[in-house]
Design a binder for this molecule. Structure first.
Ligand code: HEM
Length: 393
């Protein structure tokens, strides 16, 4: 049996191979690439919670080292272990508060309705290019206080950063260059905020203090950058995955039609069933022995979130897309110390976006013939997803 996310690029359906891994090689070894992979829910959950043995210090992706000198600057709290992680997370949480997130609902609704109105009279659009690929980055810009005039440039840098060439491993040169330019942009805007504070997250982080400690300029820039890599593509892919899977399951769609109260169930089941973030990498601190095998200190290990979410021992009939099931144990936002700081924002964005879609274009349907998936060893979702609907005059 062979498993390598770089072969897959999550283009093909990874769930059949996950099943084989869970049953036959719950601690899988890829000798050629030198990594291990955990696929059962209990093991992935335990590893998420055990930051002492499963370290994030060398990044959370097999390809992270491609960023070279920029790596430390771009990973922020995502690439830290306790105790530094806890301290830094507490500090950034002073700026990125539930109140700041909840306050965004009106702005998110305005963005969603503006994008939908632009296409409503045409009767079809590309749900990625015209909606899902735009909104999350707009929301992050809103949070960071990026002026309207800079948003297109920032979006294009973020898109370049995330783009992967088919068949070419690693981050392309353009992506690395975009990463540098994004950091430069955040450096500049931090200095502007220092001179002229506003009601944005960066200004709040400049003020944040805990036990006499403050965030350095580099800490704040790194966190701004992390918002883009962690919150943009993941949320965009979640939105399109929601449409794709509901459209393929008419009986589930009937449960949502005319019942906006069921939209959160639609979102949670999509997160479980086909999450945009398929895996997270860790580096071992010390040796571990599991299932009769020994993995050594310093080895890379993948936590297969997408596989854990289809584990029959936690989710009976796991391959069924079912809005009525208990999916509260899904691991799509991770667990433990690194649990996604943006989970409530992602859920808010998805709920508001889908509420607006259902209210304005209730008979939307996916045109599968034009659907295209992204090539990426970590992320699963679409680069194009055409939808059709009755034009609104
Ligand atoms: C569907 C959307 C999203 C998914 C599936 C997702 C998934 C995840 C996962 C699995 C982790 C854990 C990483 C680990 O254990 O190493 C994480 C962490 C994180 N996410 Fe998200 N995320 C999403 C949206 C967002 C958004 C919208 C933001 C903010 C704008 C965000 C910010 C973060 C941050 C800052 C962390 C690091 C937390 C830490 O290391 O303590 N995420 N996310």
């Amino acid at each position: 049996m062979h498993f390598d996310p770089f072969d897959y690029n999550f283009h093909e359906d990874p769930y059949p191979i996950y099943r084989v891994l869970r049953e036959q090689a719950p601690l899988y070894r890829n000798e050629a690439k030198g990594f291990w992979a955990l696929s059962r829910h209990a093991d992935v959950l335990a590893a998420f919670k055990n930051t002492a043995q499963f370290s994030s210090r060398s990044g959370i992706s097999l390809e992270a080292s491609d960023l070279g000198d920029n790596m430390e600057r771009v990973l922020s709290i995502l690439g830290m272990d306790p105790p530094r992680h806890g301290k830094m997370r507490a500090l950034v949480s002073k700026g990125f508060t539930p109140r700041r997130v909840a306050r965004l609902e009106g702005a998110i609704r305005a963005l969603a309705s503006r994008y939908l109105e632009r296409k409503a009279h045409i009767g079809r659009c590309d749900f990625i290019a015209d909606f899902a690929g735009r909104m999350p980055m707009d929301v992050i810009s809103e949070i960071l206080g990026v002026p309207l005039a800079d948003r297109d440039e920032l979006r294009s840098l973020a898109d370049t950063l995330l783009h992967r060439e088919e068949g070419v491993p690693g981050i392309p040169a353009e992506g690395i260059a975009a990463s540098g330019r994004l950091l430069e942009y955040f450096d500049r805007s931090l200095e502007e905020r220092r001179r002229k504070p506003g009601d944005d997250l960066v200004s709040a982080l400049l003020e944040a203090e805990l036990d006499g400690e403050r965030l350095s300029a580099q800490d704040i820039t790194a966190f701004s950058y992390l918002m883009v890599i962690a919150g943009n593509e993941t949320t965009a892919k979640l939105l399109a995955n929601c449409l794709y899977w509901l459209d393929r399951h008419p009986a589930e769609r009937d449960k949502v039609r005319g019942r906006p109260g069921r939209i959160p169930d639609w979102i949670e089941e999509t997160l479980r069933y086909d999450n945009s973030t398929q895996l997270m990498a860790r580096t071992l601190n010390g040796d571990i022995e599991l299932y009769g095998q020994k993995a050594s200190d310093g080895d890379k290990l993948l936590l297969l979130i997408g596989s854990a979410n289809r584990d029959e021992s936690v989710f009976p009939d796991a391959d069924r897309f079912d809005l009525d099931r208990d999916n509260s144990e899904h691991l799509s936002f991770g667990r433990g110390a690194h649990f996604c700081l943006g989970a409530s924002l992602a859920r808010l964005e998805a709920r508001v976006a889908l509420e607006e879609l259902e209210a304005r274009l209730p008979d939307w349907r996916v045109d599968e013939s034009g659907a295209k998936r992204v090539h990426n060893p970590n992320v699963r979702g679409f680069s194009h997803l055409p939808i059709e609907f009755s034009p609104v005059r």
